[in-house]
Design a protein around this ligand. Structure first.
Ligand code: NAD
Ligand code: ZN
Length: 360
């Protein structure tokens, strides 16, 4: 199945299905990339051994020259050090301005290899080959970048991929915690834009957690569809795109406060969506959103409470530094009802404190 993302600069396809990599040569050619163009496959130490050859094999057989580079699995590879290493490998391999980067992996590889492509020789094309459920989100939309020791994603660019090829067969080997965490963003897409998709997710959560292929495809397709719609309307985050940040104000603060070790991104976002729903109810801008939100998240075995001790002042400070906040004024994406959210600025600090306590 194919979706299309249109931005000011280009339109690109998102292909979703099973056992797709054999068709990469054909699709590359249809996007204007023939075997005369050097390809550099970037992956990580978990994904490379599992799927590297599945991608590179058919391309080599079709006459492409394919270089391979691998980074250690994990968030810490989204760094300037790894970027610099990849540049070195690219130069050694002979990746030139005609080159194309293939990003095979989860959001870490997608963001890193995408930023490599955005900056290498002032920008070359790249293809997203997502292999995690979460990457249905990160591979669409063109945000790429690396972390700095002082902040997540602070060095980056907008660089849209040439195409996204999501082979859902790769999800079979994904660790259980990553599966659960990835569903947080699928649930987010339903909660911000599509109440009937939220119902469907609730009805099918157990089968989705078991990764039944046709259902997973459907879930990813809908998640990508919603993300693509939002991004197509607002590529550079002038306004609407901010709604994709639902659950992320509290979520990012929790991730940062845990040193990116205690909670996964999806777990943080899950708790953050419950917090945002509590905030909306407390401010009187929405009714009956907390319970349905919790029910849906719990159906995917995602956390809806804060376990353990969390430093309230530190969390508030992190939320004031959130990129939606301006001049120390808190901003949150709040639900209006299931399937609809909007950005609200100037949330009173006392209301946030009460929500943080209620989340325990
Ligand atoms: P990840 O890329 O670290 O993958 C999670 C783990 O699963 C890693 O250990 C990886 O090696 C392993 N893995 C990946 N695919 C596998 C497979 N098929 N089988 C077995 N193991 C596999 O993490 P993620 O959750 O995919 O992505 C998180 C990153 O995405 C964060 O850095 C976040 O900032 C970024 N992100 C970016 C955007 C965006 O718009 N660019 C959006 C959301 C998240
Ligand atoms: Zn996210």
């Amino acid at each position: 199945r194919t979706l299309k993302v249109s931005t000011g600069e280009q339109t690109y396809p998102i292909l979703i299905g099973r056992d797709l990599y054999a068709r990469l040569p054909e699709w590359l050619r249809s996007r204007g990339i023939g075997p005369d163009r050097p390809l550099m496959l970037v992956t990580d130490t978990h994904v490379g051994p599992l799927y590297g050859e599945k991608v590179a094999g058919p391309l080599r057989a079709a006459g492409y020259r394919v270089g391979e580079a691998s980074v250690p699995a994990g968030e810490s590879s989204k760094s300037l050090e790894q970027l610099s290493r990849l540049v070195e490998e690219g130069l050694r391999f002979g990746l030139d301005r005609q080159g194309v980067v293939l990003a095979l992996g989860g959001g870490v590889v997608g963001d890193l290899a995408g930023f490599l492509a955005a900056s290498y020789m002032r920008g070359i094309p790249f293809v997203q080959l997502p292999t995690t459920l979460l990457a249905h989100d990160s591979s669409v939309g063109g945000k790429v970048g690396v972390n700095h020791p002082l902040g997540k994603n602070v060095i980056g660019a907008f660089h849209q991929p040439l195409m996204v090829v999501f082979d859902v067969s790769t999800l079979r080997t994904l660790p259980r915690r990553e599966v659960v965490s990835g569903y947080a963003e699928v649930v987010k897409h339903a909660l911000i834009a599509d109440a009937s998709f939220a119902d469907w997710l609730l009805r099918n959560s157990e089968r989705l957690l078991r990764l039944e292929p046709s259902l997973v495809e459907e879930a990813i397709w809908n998640g990508c569809r919603i993300k693509a719609e939002v991004v197509s309307q607002d590529e550079r985050e002038a306004g609407l795109r901010a709604i994709l940040n639902y659950g992320h104000t509290i979520g990012h603060a929790l991730e940062a406060a845990s040193g990116y070790a205690g909670l996964t991104h999806g777990e943080g976002v899950a708790i953050g969506m419950v917090g945002a729903a509590m905030l909306a109810e407390a401010l009187g801008t929405a009714r009956d959103v907390v319970e349905p939100t919790k029910r849906l998240l719990q159906a995917f075995h995602l956390p809806v409470h804060l376990a353990g001790e969390w430093p309230e002042e530190k969390l508030l400070e992190l939320m004031r530094r959130d990129k939606k906040a301006r001049g120390g004024v808190y901003a949150f994406v709040l639900p209006e009802r299931i399937g609809s959210v909007r950005l609200v600025r100037g949330i009173p600090e006392e209301a946030i404190r009460r929500v943080l306590r209620r989340l325990k």
